[in-house]
Design a protein around this ligand. Structure first.
Ligand SMILES: *[C@@H]1O[C@H](CO)[C@@H](O)[C@H](O)[C@H]1NC(C)=O
Length: 277
């Protein structure tokens, strides 16, 4: 069994961010001691299985994959700590994580790549800067990417999510049928698994922990996935408690309904900012 390895960014005032090197999964983000992320009590930390909660990093595939595990390999490999947590002049704390191709990744996806993931912890914000580089001289590759963020909420039925009105979505609970969102705010009262396309840069979720709002800002992530397994599907997951579904909502920034196509010698960059309002 691989040893658990975590990296902690500590900004003071009980504001911390904890990253498990297994998948570079953000497993905790506390703002003034208030946890903002949901991690299942049944989550498995065996250095093999993807961690159920926090922010798993989905790459280079979203969903089932012919050549490898569901949602790709990035969330189940051990990442390198490229730059240990360091305090910036602003008082914010930064750390950088990375992976590159190796025999394991090449057995599923035979490309050279380098992926860096930079996290910056601010007073009430967490910033994510991602870059994928294709060092090849002649091979183009394509991929999906998504930050599978599980927000902790007291009761998902009371959350409203803004910024989706008028967007087309693929409803995975209805055989991938496409619909257009007619509501000003999206609420969740049943099994929900939707890929909203060409969404705006900002969403706000109401009624997260302490009755506050969470702002999500995203750049170069055209899609927003909304997910809650609800009761029946919760029961079907061994690493998710039967009664935990009211306490989480996944609002996930990604590039999933179309692939990123990366030419030789070029890089793709995307970012996200989470802010407790
Ligand atoms: C990857 O592709 C190279 C050619 O570009 C080939 O030599 C190598 O055997 C391939 N590796 C795997 C694991 O398929």
């Amino acid at each position: 069994m691989a040893a658990t390895s975590v990296v902690v960014l500590d900004r003071g005032n009980n504001t911390t961010c904890t990253i498990n090197l297994h998948g570079a999964t953000v497993v905790s983000w506390r703002v003034n001691n208030q946890e903002q992320l949901f991690v299942s009590k049944q989550a498995v930390f065996d250095g093999k299985k993807a961690i159920r909660g926090g922010i798993p990093f989905v790459f280079p595939q979203f969903g089932p994959w012919t050549f490898g595990p569901q949602h790709g390999f990035a969330r189940i490999v051990r990442w390198n700590l490229e730059k240990a947590p360091e305090r910036l002049a602003s008082g914010d704390v930064e750390a950088i994580f990375s992976i590159m191709d190796n025999d394991f990744t090449r057995s599923m996806w035979n490309f050279s790549f380098r992926l860096t993931y930079r996290l910056i912890l601010r007073e009430k914000e967490l910033h994510f800067n991602i870059a994928v580089y294709n060092p090849s001289k002649d091979l183009t590759f394509s991929f999906n990417m998504l930050l599978h963020t599980y927000f902790k909420v007291p009761d998902v039925r009371r959350c409203q999510i803004t910024g989706l009105h008028g967007c087309t979505f693929i409803d995975k609970t209805r055989e991938n049928t496409c619909y257009q969102e007619g509501r000003d705010v999206v609420t969740i009262g049943e099994w929900t698994d939707r890929i909203y396309q060409n969404t705006p840069q900002e969403h706000i979720i109401t009624n997260v922990v302490s009755g506050r709002k969470m702002r999500i800002q995203k750049y170069n992530f055209p899609d927003t996935v909304i997910w809650n397994p609800w009761v029946d599907r919760a029961k079907g997951m061994t690493d998710f408690g039967d009664d935990e579904y009211p306490n989480m909502v996944c609002v996930e920034a990604g590039h999933v309904s179309s692939p990123v196509i990366l030419l030789p010698g070029t890089a793709f960059e995307a970012s996200q900012i989470l802010q407790v309002m």
